[in-house]
Design a binder for this molecule. Sequence first.
Ligand SMILES: [Zn+2]
Length: 484
Amino acid sequence: MSRKPFYLLPLLALPLQAGAATPAQTLSEVASALGAESLQSIQFSGAGSDYALGQFGHAGEAWPKFIDKSYQRVVSFAPWATELQRTRLQGENPPRGGGGQPIFGEQQQTQSVTAESPSAISLQSELAVTLPQAFIKAAQQASDLKAEEQHAGGKHYTVLSFTAPNKARTRGWVNAQHQIERVETQIDNPVYGDVNYEAQFSGYRDFGGVQFPGHIVQKAGGYPVLELNVSEVKLNVPAQIKASVPPTPVLASEPLGKDVWLISGGYAAVAVGFKDHVLIIEGGQNDQRSEAVIAEAKRLFPGKKIGALVNTHAHFDHAGGLRNYVAEGATIITHESNVPYFQKVWANPHRLAPDRLALHPRPAKFRAVKDELLLSDGEHSVQLFRLQDFGHNDGTLVAYLPNEKVLVEADAFNPPASPLTQTPASISPFQQSLVANIEARKLVVERIVPIHLPADNRKIAYTELLTAVGRIDSKAQLSLTETK
Ligand SMILES: [Zn+2]
């Protein structure tokens, strides 16, 4: 091997030399080289893999993989908006982790973000780590563009940096050919705090008059979220992107038994009024949802403190509201494998969007569950147990309420929008696992309360789960329904 040059120090920063290009001049040269000057919109397509952030099989593992048989993204720069259309295939075999697993056959997905979307604030940061032209457009709109010279890996770079609308300092490494090789930024996440995002753009070539990377690798929190081989780029395509903003569900409470309430209007939460405190089962979704559930529980049980919160599993959509319960002083009850993970990620900075716990820090109190835990005050009982052989996430708890014959579960059975009247052609191993766990423990279940409530808000009878896994036929279930 040849001797390494002396300047091969990692990211050695040097001040700009006298007479060197100003940051704006450098940016202008990059915009010219990458064809961004007259760009109003761009569409790129290809194939590769995506990975579902926060949907690991075990807390702290890499994000689970999906095959993107096709991937097409339209990006508009005026106004900022994007639409993604992709065809996904199962990437983990056997299925392990969340994000819509298991996929049987092909899954078509369309996702769009516009100025009206809840995530609009971080759109420029997200796009800056997706395609270099978005980095350029965002940098052009920033008021604090800076440049510095760096040597890294034996190459010379000009590092352009600016503050994006979500307050994240965003950096792009420009090489001697005025190509952006690497971009770093941050995006807020309610569980993880300020998540580091980075992109590697390589294999630049001419796509119909514009220099575009042939290969894009994007990471979030240290693990890949996108690997794309680009096959086609189109410039200034008509981009009529509509926001897919779902209607806000209305908060409502339904009694499940004495001092037991189902709080709907988002991810389901169940509030149990023990003698000296309120227990909430699931603090999912986000801070907004947990604020609403906490307020509703206080209304239902005046004068009682929120003493404890049961977390079903550590997936980000099910842990999104947990920090609010820590701020409330509640003990977090979760599987023992999740405790060190929450302790680690909750220590991350929340500088981009400080939440209640970041503004008023206090240590989290945990109660770790190994295989089972009975919570009871003699009158009310909640039995927690860990799902065995559950590929969705191996640190998952379900809650059984023996008095009410209700089972509260997350992601083992997400019922479809309308009642299941026959067994689907392909049966989810996660649903089979749930039934096996219920039977192994000889639980008498009449009703399932899925954390992901069905779109029609119907009550889910246990028989619907049995139909889903082919344990009773549709005629049997229909007759059960009719005789009620
Ligand atoms: Zn999950």
